[in-house]
Ligand binder design. Structure first.
Ligand code: FE
Ligand code: FE
Length: 168
């Protein structure tokens, strides 16, 4: 990878996000299957559909830039998803595991919000208005997903998981 210009950096950042999103599409079905809470499982499934659309938006962006989407594997996302896989494999109380899945998934969303924020800033710097709008659309979905996960934790999963103390 050569980073001589801000355009090089922009493309490298987009490829990293593309790799991250592809890894996420493989992980979300596993998270959905692992979730005991139906609202949480549904949130993972609906975010999988959104993520497929996000990959489509990135492909549109690579088309506009006339560059390949291929790049190194996103190691940050690989690490975050490895932690999620540890939680999926965990034994114990379903409600507590669900709370752990939410914590793992929110790390993923925050990584994405950060990555799209940086990419959006580079798009603005380089004068790519349409690309900036596409990145913004995805960023809005990531923020909404993060907020939805917070609501599921606060309203359903965390109170249920806390009750496991009484049951234990
Ligand atoms: Fe995403
Ligand atoms: Fe996401």
């Amino acid at each position: 990878m050569k980073l001589s210009t801000m355009h090089d950096l922009f493309v490298a950042q987009l490829r990293d996000i593309y790799s991250a999103e592809q890894q996420i599409t493989k992980a979300l079905p596993k998270l959905a299957r692992a979730a005991a809470n139906a609202t949480l499982a549904e949130a993972f499934r609906s975010h999988l559909l959104e993520t497929e659309g996000q990959i489509g938006r990135l492909e549109t962006i690579f088309g506009i830039l006339d560059v390949s989407s291929r790049g190194p594997k996103c190691k940050g996302m690989e690490g975050l998803l490895a932690e999620g896989a540890d939680t999926v494999r965990a034994e114990g109380a379903n409600e507590v595991i669900d709370a752990g899945l939410i914590a793992d998934a929110q790390r993923v969303e925050h990584y994405e919000i950060s990555a799209y924020g940086s990419a959006k800033a580079l798009a603005a710097l380089l004068g790519y208005k349409q690309i900036g709008m596409l990145l913004e659309e995805t960023e809005v979905q990531e923020v909404a997903t993060d907020m939805k996960l917070t609501a599921i934790a606060l309203n359903e999963v965390n109170p249920a998981a806390l009750g496991m103390h009484a049951a234990a």
